[in-house]
Design a protein around this ligand. Structure first.
Ligand SMILES: Cc1cc2nc3c(=O)[nH]c(=O)nc-3n(C[C@H](O)[C@H](O)[C@H](O)COP(=O)(O)OP(=O)(O)OC[C@H]3O[C@@H](n4cnc5c(N)ncnc54)[C@H](O)[C@@H]3O)c2cc1C
Length: 348
């Protein structure tokens, strides 16, 4: 379960990778072979980017040397591959700021209050940040982040509260089951009596409803009541148009995620059609030491394919080495024949 840890100490590292999608993950491997240590940050509370969030079960057929692998299978394989380099993950956090403070030195901040200082930054932010879809309820804005929450940062925030969870997918069901034991009363609202979530979760939720320990309402939230951002009640309209009122302290809508460029636009890096133009030698942006790899970059002939991002990660790492170890000469080596690389991988 995701719980944020706040720290006031600056975390110093060689590289910060923004985005733990397949390309950000593989960058850890290529950087690791060159003794460059990485911290990865992702808004999602899991790794794998689009592969894990948008098509975990779908087969991918064009990963070189792997005839067939699912989105989640590829994510798991990449995690296994980068294990020897022990990257540090900061999940459920959005990078809000990147600024150049030296040559080469960057400061990176997240919305969880963490600050990093690093010699290079790799933006592997894909199509941008995954952000929650806002439900179509008039007047919801003043309650957001006060008593309407699109993510659970700390479960204890909801202890002894009357909760309204809205949605019919895995997030809505998982949080229903996880928060039910600590909530004063929990109501789940979904527009129809069929759920997209895992059957096991649906069965567990229905058992709680049958036992009378939580409520399930089929319909849509149409109106919110409260003041100063604090919800007091919500109105639910069923299919026949009948209205019912539920007293609540907090509402958690889970309507899926959408991709938006997000804060990347504020970092002073040059953009073209919401993408970062890079050179094709090192995939570096207009800011020296700030790289962009994977779906977020653009250059003549760019293909938004995972294999392109992997190639970009390898070439980016060669140039990143120059920033991290300006006095060290980089010798090109194969993993098949270099004992030094094999030692780093823990196989020699
Ligand atoms: C349905 C579908 C099928 C596909 N099939 C294939 C296929 O068969 N073969 C293929 O090669 N490609 C396929 N793709 C494309 C492939 O998924 C992308 O090319 C790949 O995911 C790009 O990887 P990435 O790491 O660059 O970005 P992403 O996978 O998009 O990951 C980027 C990550 O960055 C995070 N992020 C963004 N901004 C911030 C921020 N400010 N702070 C913190 N985190 C941030 C996001 O949350 C996200 O997790 C498919 C895509 C879709 C949608």
């Amino acid at each position: 379960m995701l719980e944020r840890t706040e720290t006031t100490d600056t975390i110093k590292t060689d590289v910060v990778i923004i985005g733990a999608g397949p390309v950000g993950l593989f960058a850890v491997f290529e950087l690791g072979l060159l003794d460059i240590r990485a911290h990865l940050i992702d808004i999602l509370d899991k790794v794998g980017g689009q592969c894990a969030e948008l098509y975990p079960e779908k087969p991918i057929y064009d990963i070189p040397g792997i005839p067939y692998i699912t989105g989640i299978g590829l994510t798991d394989a990449l995690m296994e591959q980068i294990k020897p380099f022990s990257p540090a993950f900061h999940l459920g956090e959005m990078v809000t700021m990147v600024e150049k403070i030296g040559d080469p030195l960057f400061r990176v901040r997240t919305d969880a209050g963490k600050t990093f200082e690093c010699k290079t930054v790799v933006i592997a932010a894909g199509g941008g940040s995954f952000q929650p879809k806002r439900p179509p309820i008039a007047g919801i804005e003043p309650y957001e982040d006060k008593s309407v929450h699109y993510a659970v940062r700390k479960m204890d925030t909801f202890r002894d509260k009357r909760l309204l969870i809205v949605g019919g997918g895995d997030s809505a069901l998982d949080w229903t089951l996880n928060l039910h034991p600590i909530a004063r009363r929990l109501t789940l609202v979904h527009r129809r009596d069929e759920f997209r979530g895992a059957p096991d979760s649906v069965n567990k939720m229905r058992a709680l409803v049958d036992a009378g320990s939580m409520d399930l309402k089929i319909g849509q939230v149409t109106e919110l009541e409260g003041s100063d951002g604090q919800l007091t009640a919500a109105t639910i309209k069923d299919k026949g148009g009948a209205l019912s009122r539920v007293e609540v302290d907090a509402m958690l809508p889970f309507f899926g995620l959408t991709m938006k460029l997000g804060p990347v636009a504020d970092w002073g890096v040059r953009l073209e059609d919401n993408l970062i133009p890079v050179d094709t030698e090192a995939f570096e942006s207009n800011i020296p030491g700030l790289f962009a790899i994977g779906d977020i970059n653009t250059y003549p002939g760019k293909l938004k394919l995972i294999l392109s991002g992997f190639h970009e990660a390898a070439l980016m790492s060669q140039k990143a080495h120059h920033y991290v170890y300006p006095d060290k000469r980089l010798v090109f080596q194969y993993t098949t024949s270099s004992t030094s690389l094999q030692k780093k991988l823990g196989v020699a």
